[in-house]
Design a protein around this ligand. Structure first.
Ligand SMILES: C[S@@+](CC[C@H](N)C(=O)[O-])C[C@H]1O[C@@H](n2cnc3c(N)ncnc32)[C@H](O)[C@@H]1O
Length: 211
């Protein structure tokens, strides 16, 4: 694989890290103010969703709305997704990841999700047949991700145009109101797919203090 190996064991534990048990879950990365997380957890009561957001004000907005709505199958988490995923998630635990309208990182292509070595670690946490939904309003972002799926990750996907009536996230609403083309890739992990992290157990709060 022509991408360097992610240094998972070096990831420090997120502040106030809380471990989770090894049962099937869905995970949203960069959940913003939580519109999708709240909608998804309300409409899928049998599924557990963890919604991670790094920006404090957005996380607090999600948490506040969650306290009003009270979905018992939703857990908002205030953390950077990279260390949180490495510390919390078990191999093949995740049914679905949602990455909806990620920051486009115009000046830092290496920070886009499918360009990062971390993406291999993310794939190791996905169960066989599990899916990643990646949505964007930037055609070049989708095009680049699609090419990475073919060239680097060798994963099957479908590309969909998002209906003008869709309103899953705050950014989706804004972009569709402006008449922008919004698209998503639905990526599936094949049953026989392997990564270099398939035996990597979650760090569960190790590396919490400076070395
Ligand atoms: C453009 S916003 C989209 C928010 C939401 N998904 C929506 O569509 O309304 C991207 C979000 O991802 C969050 N984010 C970016 N990198 C992250 C990371 N490594 N861990 C957690 N959140 C992250 C940002 O704080 C920001 O709220």
């Amino acid at each position: 694989m022509p991408i360097r190996q992610f240094q998972a064991q070096r990831m420090r534990a997120p502040r106030d890290f809380q471990a989770i048990s090894n049962s099937p879950i869905c995970v949203e990365i960069g959940a913003g103010k939580g519109k999708h997380a709240l909608l998804f957890s309300a409409s899928h009561p049998q599924q557990q969703l963890i919604a991670i957001e790094r920006t404090r004000e957005k996380f607090l907005a999600m948490q506040k709305q969650h306290q009003i709505e009270g979905q018992s199958n939703l857990t908002p988490v205030h953390a950077d997704a990279l260390p949180w995923v490495v510390h919390a998630l078990f191999p093949q635990q995740v049914q679905q990841f949602f990455i909806l309208y990620p920051n486009p990182e115009p000046h830092n292509p290496a920070q886009r999700w499918l360009n990062m070595p971390f993406f291999e670690f993310l794939l190791s946490r996905l169960q066989p047949g599990g899916q990643i939904t990646l949505a964007s309003n930037i055609p070049e972002y989708i095009q680049e991700a699609q090419q990475q799926l073919i060239d680097v990750w060798q994963l099957p996907f479908v590309k969909e145009k998002i209906a003008a009536s869709s309103a899953r996230t705050h950014f989706e609403v804004k972009y569709l109101e402006r008449g922008e083309l919004c698209q998503q890739l639905i990526i599936t992990k094949p049953a026989d797919y392997t990564t270099r992290f398939d035996d990597f157990a979650p760090l569960q709060g190790q590396n919490a203090v400076a070395e």
